[in-house]
Design a protein around this ligand. Structure first.
Ligand SMILES: [Fe+2]
Length: 219
């Protein structure tokens, strides 16, 4: 069963919804979503938070975090290289840099880098990040991203294919102890959008590959 009648949101039942924009193709059943996404090199899997230590589980419920809380939560979730590589392989692709490349990377001409824990804030306009882009180094090598959604709802990933089709994945955490982990090739045209995410939504993002890269708009 994959039909979905709801126009918005991933839906309370599965917390996941995939569509090809501008078409009637919609999937809300996780195995079907996974199968479609694997064909374009994107992986998405449930992430259990049931074993999270109590003090960290508490942080997941907060609307914003101090620098120390951010660090504690981020460090707990950071995945080692071998696990990141396994997720890339399970997504149906090879890493852009053989062996994965740099685990810590910086965005050229910006004062930030990765890994990051993003906490969606009520008063920040995230729509400026909604333009399709590719994350690539000066010599055109792409970045691989692994994202752990650990709280919230309304995270959207858009991935543009070479034929112009845009896949749109919407994710909500179905419950406080069950969210999502997903993986895509950020060297391809995409958007990871937070502009529909509920305040307090939290994402641990690892962007690996070339040590320094920049956003290049593809639309
Ligand atoms: Fe991006």
């Amino acid at each position: 069963m994959s039909a979905c009648t709801a126009d918005q949101g991933a839906g309370p039942a599965t917390g996941v919804r995939l569509e090809i924009e501008g078409t009637a193709s919609v999937w809300t059943d996780l195995p079907a979503v996974q199968q479609e996404l694997e064909s374009i090199g994107i992986g998405v899997w449930p992430l259990s938070l049931a074993d999270l230590p109590g003090e960290l589980a508490e942080l997941l419920t907060l609307p914003s975090l101090t620098e120390m809380q951010t660090q504690a939560l981020r460090d707990h979730f950071l995945l080692p290289r071998d696990e990141v590589l396994e997720l890339i392989a399970a997504s149906g692709r090879s890493p852009n840099v053989p062996g994965g490349g740099a685990m810590e990377t910086v965005v050229a001409n910006q004062d930030y880098g990765y890994p990051q824990l993003w906490v969606v804030q009520d008063d920040v306009d995230y729509t400026r990040f909604d333009r399709l882009h590719a994350n690539v180094s000066g010599d055109g090598v792409g970045v691989d991203e692994v994202l752990q959604m650990i709280a919230g709802a309304g995270v959207v990933v858009r991935a543009e294919q070479p034929d112009g089709a845009v896949y749109r994945l919407e994710l909500d955490c179905p419950s406080a102890d069950r969210c999502w982990i997903f993986c895509y090739d950020a060297g391809q045209s995409h958007v990871g959008s937070l502009s529909h995410a509920t305040p307090g939504t939290k994402l641990v993002v690892q962007a690996i590959g070339p040590p320094e890269w920049s956003l290049q708009y593809t639309e």
